[in-house]
Design a protein around this ligand. Structure first.
Ligand SMILES: [Zn+2]
Length: 93
């Protein structure tokens, strides 16, 4: 019954939604952000409300242009364009 074991393990993985494309993916596949004083930055604390995107510059663009961060955080936030550096050099997997 190896197949059942695999299924159970998959279900135990925490899943989060990318605010760029809306895809649901295991937390560890995503980049986590948080808002501090109304400014979005790369999450450094494990607590608090996080926002996630895929490790994909396209999702980042969508999240910024579609205001996915503000929507997810339920408040207006500023987004530092330099955060896009987190996605440079990342190839599509
Ligand atoms: Zn995405």
């Amino acid at each position: 019954m190896r197949r059942e074991q695999a299924t159970r393990r998959d279900r135990s993985v925490p899943v989060r939604t990318c605010v760029g494309c809306g895809r649901r993916a295991p937390k560890q596949e995503l980049v986590r952000f948080e808002a501090v004083d109304g400014v979005v930055r790369e999450a450094v604390t494990p607590t608090g409300r996080g926002v996630y995107t895929c490790r994909d510059a396209e999702c980042w663009d969508h999240a910024v242009e579609g205001r996915g961060f503000a929507r997810s955080l339920r408040r207006p936030v500023a987004v530092e364009p330099e955060l896009a550096r987190l996605y440079t050099g990342v190839s599509h997997g």
